[in-house]
Design a protein around this ligand. Sequence first.
Ligand SMILES: [Mn+2]
Length: 327
Amino acid sequence: MKRSNLVNEIVDEIKKHDYILVTSHVIPDGDNIGSTLALGLALKTLGKKVIMINNDLMPKQYRFLKGSEEIQLPSALKTVPSLCIAVDLTGLDRVGDALHNFVHKEKPVVINVDHHVSNSYFGHLNLVDGTVSAAGELVYDLILALGVSIEVNMAEALYVAISTDTGSFQYESTKPKTLEIAAKLLEAGVKPGKINQYIYDSKSLVALRLLEKALSTLTVSEDGKLAYIWVDLRTMNKLSAENEHCEGLVNYPRILQGVEIALFFRQIAKNRVKVAFRSKGEVDVNHIAGIFGGGGHTKAAGCSLDGDMSNIIPKVTSVVVEELKKI
Ligand SMILES: [Mn+2]
């Protein structure tokens, strides 16, 4: 189906519903929150009753966004929306147990708005485009198609979505259209300096102490193409660190000269480790994460595995080393 026809079909579907749930993936990031919030605010201006839900608490650095306090935990869902719009979500298994069960039981119409190449097309309507930098780009198009003009609060939310997913417009996923949208958001009143201060220049002491610990684990392969760091539960607990303090840590091994693939291993439960993959070169990390049941994008992906850090690190790095030999 042509993209414009699909967007029109989504707009027609949205018009049929009075009460709409907007949600995204567990462990929220900037694209998740910005896309959820911008779409939620836009639907409200159309007179819809909107409930925005995320499985996890909002990281502090995004709480400056006006309206972000309306993004609630799944326990706030008391009545049943007839439509669920999921943004930045690869599959319903990533929405969190509570919402997964809700969709399974109540069977709302589901619209899937995402930019992960590993998306499972779980919606009744699927606006999925792996070539755009952020779900925020798709939400921007959708808001315009809904006939809503983008006011400053929506614009800030979309700017957060797009600027965080592109590493402040540094990654290859930044296309002319990405910057055209960013320009429109600035015209709508976004002040990039202010947003960057909230997001990047407001790290807590805990976050910097965690970075210190994580960097002390830095390991580099003999050929210099693979670098990784890790954090275990002991360190997290000792520092009282939370999920949000781990955001962006994978970028530190990535910035090392000569590195093709960077990894960040994080113990999330006694016998479970989450792995973040970043590629600077030709290797497709969506493919590698896929070998371990995960996915994402060609340059940024993730997976979770059962086991100890001491087993999982060699298991994953040996696969990465093999993939690096192929280029
Ligand atoms: Mn995203």
